[in-house]
Design a protein around this ligand. Structure first.
Ligand code: ZN
Length: 75
C-alpha cells in the first residue's frame, strides 16, 4: 500500500498536470475517463516512487483496491 496525503502541488513536478491541481491518475491513461472529476484531492506515491495526483473518484478507487492508504492515515 502506497502512502498518500491531502493534495499538495509542491510534491509534483512543476509544469505537470498534477502541479496545476489536475488529476494525473486519469490523465496518464491517455483517454478521457468519464469518472474523472478533474480536480486533484489527493497526492499518492506510484510504483516508481514518484508522486501522482488523483481526483475524488481516483481516491475512492485506489483505496477500494487497497493500493493507497485512505487520507488521514499514516504519515
Ligand atoms: Zn481523475
Amino acid at each position: 500500500m502506497k502512502p498518500s496525503h491531502v493534495f499538495d502541488a509542491d510534491l509534483h513536478e512543476p509544469g505537470s498536470a498534477a502541479a496545476e491541481g489536475l488529476c494525473s491518475y486519469h490523465a496518464r491513461r491517455g483517454v478521457r475517463d468519464e469518472a474523472c472529476q478533474g480536480d486533484a484531492v489527493v497526492s499518492f506515491q506510484d510504483d516508481f516512487g514518484g508522486w501522482q495526483s488523483g481526483c475524488a473518484a481516483a481516491l475512492e478507487k485506489l483505496v477500494e483496491k487497497g493500493e493507497i492508504e485512505p487520507l488521514g492515515q499514516g504519515a
